[in-house]
Design a protein. Structure first.
Ligand code: DGJ
Length: 797
């Protein structure tokens, strides 16, 4: 019967989708996803896990030899068939399945009653693009799509379940299209993108849920907990994917760790209000589901109309969290990012925000730019404050005319001068917003989202423009397009600094449509602006990581991960992101310390050592750098540029934390490996540290060397007197002058061994423990870190 072949390299049997005896077999290189049509036409989920050879799946099907207690039989003649105890692919409503349904569709004649039965299926080569939302892309050689048609003729509803199998990437995406086939309007009140009923036993019986949660300046911290009875999950109602809960989440076996065990990963190609949930009932099944958050959502469908959900991304690995991450990373790079950004090197950026805030001008920027160019930076980004009226956050948003007082010769003059310095030019915009104090708002107050007759609420002093209004979309496309066409900008930072409230637009048919229509139109706006301008590198941002999601990555190369540039906070943020997003999409900058967000004082070396695991940039008043700091920054940038490919596109691994206050990260590409060893907090009398290294060839000999970095002497205060011949006042002129021009050497370490030896964990040099200092001692203290570069010395036999 129907199957599609792909290249044998990607799939050993050559089958991606096979339909045999009522069972659908979806096969990726290392995973299998199977389901079958039951005798009553429902789709019974059979298996999602390690790849299995295609065969009779009976042994994996849920037993139905006895009636379930406290259940309702689906058919009077078949009392053992209850939808409540079956693992299902997509439930209806009111048929005896008392778990939460992925859909609620209200019809005029039957209300809430939906019994979806199999009617047919089609297989397509390649991915099928959605009409209204971004989706992952795959050529016929990379992807195969199965569309299963379900229907309830009485309710007048057809539901198409889309499964796209990215065989080599080991990812399956799912989405749903619903169609009103009845004679009257229906209202879709909930429609999730997927449902997956997994046996708890497949995750060792005590599954864990891992979510990525936080707040402004504290995004995407990983939280790992056992799944208890009832509901667990995350959602967003801010209008965007939000800094509170990322739409991506994981389900893991009790014993899974970074390198072992079964892990399922879920994400959404969506930037709006989302819901991701796990329901643990009494029958040994977990119902996992995700999609648009039904809170405040409703979508009327006239006869013949359709509604499509965002696409969900599903992956499985039995090689721990790192195995899962590797699949998700490859998938994002190959099938979500626009092809033009796929493996292109991201430049080292200077961004004006943390140093200059709104106080930018050609003169002030050029002072920074000269230093940035001299230090080796490649891109110079003019952040907020460049347009008329933008003295602070109370004014100017909406009008993108350059401020003549700050830029008397226009932006063109700055761009030309940047180019003469060898720097590409980049510009910040926030086009979804408007300040009341702006020409745009004075002309079009009705362009802001608001509830009629009620004053609209402000967030960061601004209103949200009503992107449901096509005129607003045209204005944004024209104004940003004109800005880009008038100047040779090679980069845009697209910001969005408030949540939605008063989510009402006169340009949709029903109030519950506004939030989703806003997001759909935003994607259309981004497509219209950036697709015709492939020379522009797009970075998206929303008060930092308030919209870090796959739908934004369908347009942009990277996302500003957080307004928090404190590396100790960034360890959590970037590590959290790394579970689902590749390093080439995580924008990470170095700023001055004490940090604007935490007042924490951290070494310059650690600021770099964390930021280099991502897309590197600096947000720093470069005029304040001492001579020693300039040398350090110059070397950091040279090091990053040498290893850029590894940091942006290498394979990333998290090592299991040997201690809650230690993080160990690794990037490798088969030839080179770099490790980052980070200590959040020092403990007195520390035990020797082991540095884990993975992925080396057992018989090849390697040399591991610490990246040279400076210890700035002002870090030591009075302690410096232990190593100086004369006594110095730590607050005196001599020491503060010396600190600008001298520094100490941080641990110079070198280790040699075969891959097999190093895999035992390198016994690192002692760290400082109050007894002595010399260049062989690792001077970590609180917030200390070291990078280690692993080079091949001799190939094994
Ligand atoms: C929020 C962003 O996250 C910052 O990086 C900066 O661009 C400001 N907005 C500017 O207003």
């Amino acid at each position: 019967m129907g199957y599609v072949r792909i290249s044998p390299a990607a799939d050993r049997d050559g089958h991606v989708i096979e339909h045999r005896d009522g069972t659908f077999y979806l096969q990726t290189a290392h995973t299998s996803y199977w389901f079958a049509v039951t005798e009553h036409g429902h789709l019974e989920h059979i298996h999602y896990g390690p790849r299995l050879a295609i065969q009779d799946p009976s042994a994996l099907r849920w037993s139905r030899v006895a009636r379930g207690g406290s259940t309702v039989a689906y058919a009077p003649e078949d009392v053992r068939y209850s939808l409540d105890t079956l693992p299902l692919e997509f439930s209806g409503i009111g048929q005896g399945d008392y778990r939460t349904s992925p859909c609620e569709i209200r019809t005029a004649h039957v209300g809430y009653d939906l019994d979806l039965g199999y009617r047919g299926h089609e297989v397509h080569a390649g991915s099928l693009a959605a009409r209204t939302l971004p989706t992952a892309h795959g050529t016929p050689a990379e992807a195969t799509t199965l569309v299963i048609d379900l229907a309830d003729e009485r309710a007048g509803i057809e539901v198409a379940l889309h499964y796209t199998v990215f065989a080599a990437a080991d990812v399956i995406t799912r989405r749903v299209v619903v169609r009103n086939t009845g004679p009257a309007e229906v209202v879709v009140e909930k429609l999730l993108s997927f449902q997956l009923d997994l046996p708890e036993a497949s995750l060792g019986g005590a599954p864990r849920l891992i979510t990525f949660d936080g707040a402004w300046i504290a995004e995407t911290h990983a939280h790992d907990r056992p799944i208890g009875p009832g509901f667990s999950g995350v959602s967003s109602s801010t209008g965007s994917s939000s800094n509170r809960h990322n739409p991506g989440f994981l389900l893991a076996a009790a014993d899974a760790d970074e390198d072992h065990g079964r892990v399922h990963g879920f994400n959404l190609v969506y930037s709006g209000n989302h819901l991701g949930s796990v329901e643990r009932g009494a029958t040994g099944l977990l119902r996992v589901a995700g999609g648009i958050n039904p809170q405040g959502f409703s979508w009327p469908l006239a006869p013949g109309e359709e509604f499509e959900t965002p696409e969900a991304v599903l992956a499985f690995a039995d090689t721990g969290f790192n195995g899962l991450s590797e699949r998700m990373h490859r998938f994002v790079v190959d099938h979500v990012l626009p092809a033009r950004y796929r493996r292109t090197p991201r430049p080292v950026a200077y961004n004006s925000w943390e140093a200059l805030s709104f106080d930018v001008s050609e003169r002030r920027l050029l002072k920074q730019a000269r230093r940035a160019a001299d230090l080796g930076m490649e891109l110079f980004v003019v952040d907020d404050g460049w347009f008329a009226g933008r003295k602070d956050d109370t004014a100017g948003l909406g009008d993108y005319a350059v401020d003549d007082a700050k830029f008397p010769r226009g932006l063109g003059s700055l761009v030309t001068k940047l180019s003469a310095l060898g720097l590409q030019a980049g510009i910040w915009v926030e086009p979804e917003m408007v300040n009341e104090d702006s020409e745009l708002y004075r002309t079009h107050p009705e362009w802001a989202l608001r509830i009629p007759g009620k004053p609209a609420r402000l967030g960061r002093q601004q209103h949200v423009l009503d992107l449901c209004n096509p005129d607003v979309c045209d204005y944004v496309v024209a104004s940003v397009g004109a800005l880009l066409d008038a100047h040779d900008f090679r980069y845009v930072k697209w910001d969005m600094n408030r949540h939605l409230a008063d989510t009402h637009s006169p340009h949709v048919r029903a109030p519950g449509m506004t939030a989703h229509q806003y997001v759909a139109n935003l994607h259309d706006v981004l497509r219209r602006i950036f697709e015709p301008r492939p020379h522009v590198l797009l970075e998206t941002c929303s008060s930092g990581g308030n919209r870090f999601d796959l739908a934004m990555l369908a347009h942009s190369a990277m996302i500003w991960a957080s307004d928090d540039t404190d590396p100790i906070e960034r360890l959590e943020i970037q590590q959290g992101l790394s579970y689902l997003y590749p390093l080439s999409t995580i924008s990470a900058h170095i700023s001055n310390a004490p940090h604007q967000q935490t007042l924490r004082n951290t070494p310059l070396s650690t600021r770099f050592n964390v930021a280099c695991f991502g897309v590197l940039g600096y947000e720093y008043d470069l005029e304040l750098l001492s001579s020693e700091e300039r040398k350090e920054v110059r070397e950091q940038i040279a090091f990053y540029r040498t290893h850029r490919d590894l940091f942006q596109h290498g394979r990333f691994r998290r090592h299991t934390k040997p201690h809650p206050d230690r993080f160990v990260w690794q990037v490798d590409d088969g030839d080179r490996t770099i490790l980052g060893n980070f200590q959040r907090r020092v403990v007195a009398a520390p035990a020797p540290d082991l540095l884990p290294v993975a992925g080396l060839e057992p018989e090849t000999t390697y040399r591991v060397r610490s990246k040279p970095q400076r210890l700035m002497i002002d870090r030591f205060g009075d302690l410096i007197n232990h190593v100086t011949p004369i006594r110095l006042d730590p607050r005196g002129v001599v020491l503060s002058t010396a600190a600008k021009f001298t520094s100490l050497t941080d641990a110079a370490e070198e280790y040699v061994g075969t891959g097999a030896l190093l895999a035992q964990g390198i016994r690192l040099h002692h760290q400082f423990s109050g007894t002595e200092y010399h260049p062989g001692i690792r001077m970590l203290g609180d917030h200390g870190s070291t990078l280690y570069v692993v080079e091949r010395l001799e190939e094994g036999p």
